[in-house]
Design a protein around this ligand. Structure first.
Ligand SMILES: NC(=O)c1ccc[n+]([C@@H]2O[C@H](COP(=O)([O-])OP(=O)(O)OC[C@H]3O[C@@H](n4cnc5c(N)ncnc54)[C@H](OP(=O)(O)O)[C@@H]3O)[C@@H](O)[C@H]2O)c1
Length: 368
């Protein structure tokens, strides 16, 4: 942000698991950010689907017009949303109740009219189209706002175009959280592997399927596995998107779009889930020293096209991939100059998701 602007205002779209964890982290680090970056981070708007939408007094000030928004964003004495109070309100009432902050604007009206510098997209993934998150992001760029997204839909469905929109608008666009929470994948390549060309990407990227395969291998019954996974919070009520490989397809697409400029969409991934894998298949593989894992791959074929697949594969029991279990995930990135670099994220919690978004915010503070 420009030096003379001492405040940076955030609009949060989505205030579920990720949004609340990010808010708690931000509230705890605001003082340190101010000290280190010289900026006071304020949240001026929060949008949800059913818990109400909040707009601080300053958040409403730009709604009157688009002219001079940066100046309006720095208005002296502007009110911001007290994150600790909002988190406590939500914990107590299950929705927002502060009448001084509640507003009638819907999500898109907030994106288009509220006063903020950075839009943080944390609404649920629409695995089939990436919308409405893509629409939110495009509307923010149209107003010259920086964007951070934890939602991988836009990166999987429209990365190249969104990146160009960000460049044209002179805006920052960050998305570290979309594939491996707070673990640096995109930052690692961009910041620490300069000029290295990525030629292939592979990994285990979906914890639900990982958990199910691991439990089947232990001899657990399918229904018991689902019940336990739901109780532990990482199997959805309808796990089809995970089990059939759609979520993994979106993740490998996002990786390839960013790291190899693939211009792919998730429906172009050769996809096969684990729905037909049985305990007998796993036992049979084990007898041959193999472990079945849902593996994501992306590579350049003989004609130079980037291809991607998600499918169950047998890996050697001694292979690093065989030991990646439960919510742990791994990405291996093959390059021309650094051969293959692998990154493992060990059993992340929601705090690691929050840190990914927080790290992107720090990049906005230091680079935009
Ligand atoms: N959870 C993780 O560990 C994790 C990790 C990496 C990436 N992500 C990504 O981060 C995003 C958020 O995940 P989450 O776990 O926080 O999901 P979540 O708990 O389901 O929360 C989603 C939030 O978005 C709100 N919402 C839904 N539609 C909206 C709309 N049109 N406008 C404004 N708000 C809307 C929901 O409102 P209500 O509260 O009213 O339902 C809720 O507050 C997803 O895209 C997810 O894939 C999550």
């Amino acid at each position: 942000m420009k030096d003379e602007n001492k405040k940076i205002r955030l609009a949060l779209l989505g205030f579920g698991n990720a949004g609340q964890a990010f808010a708690a982290l931000l509230a705890s680090k605001r003082g340190e950010i101010k000290e280190r970056y010289g900026k006071d981070v304020q949240v001026t708007a929060i949008a949800t689907a059913s818990k109400g939408n909040l707009l601080a007094a300053s958040g409403a000030s730009a709604a009157a017009g688009e002219a001079g928004e940066a100046g309006a964003g720095a208005a002296a004495g502007a009110k911001a949303i007290d994150l600790d109070a909002v988190l406590a309100d939500l914990a107590q009432h299950g929705r927002f109740t502060d009448q001084a902050l509640l507003c009638e604007l819907d999500t898109m009206e907030i994106v288009k009219t509220a006063d903020y510098d950075v839009l943080i997209e944390m609404t649920p993934l629409n695995i089939l189209s990436g919308r409405p998150a893509i629409d939110h992001i495009e509307a923010a760029f149209a107003r010259g706002k920086h964007v951070i997204t934890a939602n991988k839909g836009p990166i999987a469905w429209k990365f190249r175009d969104l990146q160009q929109q960000a460049l044209r608008a002179g805006c920052g666009f960050f998305y570290e959280t979309t594939v491996m929470d707070g673990t640096p994948v995109f930052n690692l390549c961009e910041k620490t592997l300069p000029l290295a060309q990525v030629s292939a990407v592979s990994g285990i990227l979906n914890s639900t399927t990982n958990f199910i395969l691991e439990e089947l291998a232990r001899g657990a019954a399918y229904d018991d596995i689902m019940e336990r996974g739901r109780a532990m919070g990482f199997i959805e009520a309808d796990p089809a998107m995970d089990i059939e490989g759609y979520d993994a397809a979106a993740k490998i697409t996002a990786l390839l779009n960013v790291l190899m400029d693939a211009g792919l969409t998730p429906d172009q991934v050769e996809r096969k889930g684990i729905e037909n894998i049985t305990a007998a298949d796993i036992k049979n593989a084990a007898e041959r020293g193999k472990v079945i894992k849902l593996i994501c791959r992306g590579w350049r074929d003989g004609e130079g096209r980037i291809r991607a697949s998600v499918r169950p594969e047998e890996v050697d029991a001694g292979d690093m991939l065989a030991s990646v279990n439960s919510t742990t995930s791994v990405v291996s990135i093959t390059t021309d100059l650094m051969k293959t670099v692998s990154i493992v994220e060990h059993e992340p919690e929601i705090e690691q998701t929050a840190y990914g978004i927080f790290g992107d915010l720090l990049r906005v503070l230091s680079e935009c």
